[in-house]
Design a protein around this ligand. Sequence first.
Ligand code: GLC
Ligand code: CA
Length: 565
Amino acid sequence: MRGKWWQEAVIYQIYPRSFCDSNNDGIGDIQGIIAKLDYLKKLGITAIWVCPFYKSPMDDNGYDVSDFFSIAPEYGTMDDVIQLINELHKREMRLIVDTVLNHTSDEHPWFVESKSAIDNPYRDYYIWKEARPDGSLPSNWESFFGGSVWQHDAQTNSYYMHIFSKRMPDLNWSNELMRKDIYQMMEWWLDKGVDGFRIDAVAHLDRNMDFPNHQVPNGRDYSPCYFEYSNRPNVHEYIQEMRNVVLTQYDVMTVGEAGGASIEDSLKYCAYGRNEFNLLINFDHCWVDTDDHSASYVPGKWTYKKLELPLLKKSFAKYQVNMYQKAWNTIYWSNHDQPRVISHYGNDHLQFHNISAKMLATTLYMMGGTPIIFQGEEIGMTNVAYESLEDYRDVEIYTLYKETVQRGLATNEDIMDRIHKRSRDNARTPMQWDHTVNGGFSTVEPWIKTNPNYVNINVLDNLVNENSIFYYYQKLICIRQNSECLLYGDFKLYLEDDENIFMYTRSFKEDRYLVITNFFDKIVDVEIPNEINCENAEVIISNYQLKQLKRSISLLPYEAIVYHF
Ligand code: GLC
Ligand code: CA
């Protein structure tokens, strides 16, 4: 239409292990994705981002890559991936692959070489350090998955760095040879026909190589000094080099993952003219309800407090306003690392399930930027609460449990409650296709248990009910894709400090939209600011009966309305 393809794209994120199992071995696969492309097309999706499908021992479900050039056998073959690309392109859809550049698996041949001897040519592909003179670890930094970032290796009696699991050694980006190999790998994938890269954990490529120690909070063993390995200056040099060497030669889009990037950092990663990324994911709004003053025995992500809506609104507004005309926004509620948004910021009880899912969708997808819809969000999939720890699969959960309950710092009940609310497995339960066993994902027991609510929440029911969440998403997508104002207009937040209502406008030339949503389960009276003319407002979409705009209106629980002027 008017902009670049990725500015007008609607991206759907697929976690392949949990999406669709075509051969009934309990694990989702590439043929399963192919089988569902028409479903995605119907929703209005124009591109898919597929989480890693490369060969991997699956310590972190494929984010631990042991061979960049081959496909995990449980997911399929290279021919399947080529077929996926062709089937997508046939439907005028595109493929964004997940590219993991911060680390590899410990089974990657580079690491096997690297650890074998100090003078091995691959030694410096990773980050190795000796113990300190007093015998202590090279630094006291904490890894994202808990424990130290350092792992001892007996072969050369030294430590390698890993900011995620110990089976995911960090690549050394200050090594030019390593960078060259990575760029070649990216070119290889571009030559296969992929249309974009989602670049994993890219904020961490540069670290403070002086490795200073930092203060350790009470009750913890290591210092969660993430700033020592996040959003540091040299990251930008590497990304610009990657762009110059690889990306400029292709019509390819990039979306970087830089958790915790401030607005200033985000602009460095994706402002027009900086030649880094097209889109950026920083999770700012995903973390507005973490409670930094809560129990010190758990890292921030496992803490929570009641949602204060003004914080959520300000988080979105910060990026919507400050990036306008400087960079392109990315809008998403969650992903495979976050709890399900309906359980997090909505209401997943049966009574409000449908209505609050639609409210959340309205709030987000009328904003500016490229949407990324996480699989299952379009039918309102919820968090899961397995009673037994053994039913969980995520490596991160087990370190948390070991470091808290098993050391007597927290009760089983406390930690299970945190896992139910926050764990990444909430997002990874199998996609709920229908009412048959395992939600139609697979006829055999899946690799992770299906959420038992598949009997009420599934694709089949959504497709036969015109009032479903699916059709509401379809309609929202259609509205935004056909409006120059919703694609390119500016954003203005109203009622900033109101604790219940999210209200904003989008404006472009003569066109204007007003979005009003109620985030809670009670009726709220709203006074429309005088600046907004209430006449001639037409309702474009709503999750209740259509309601005329007046100076004072009252919103029902989780009501969402969009007016057009
Ligand atoms: C990213 C991925 C996450 C993974 C981590 C390490 O944050 O989204 O799933 O565990 O990087 O690769
Ligand atoms: Ca399978």
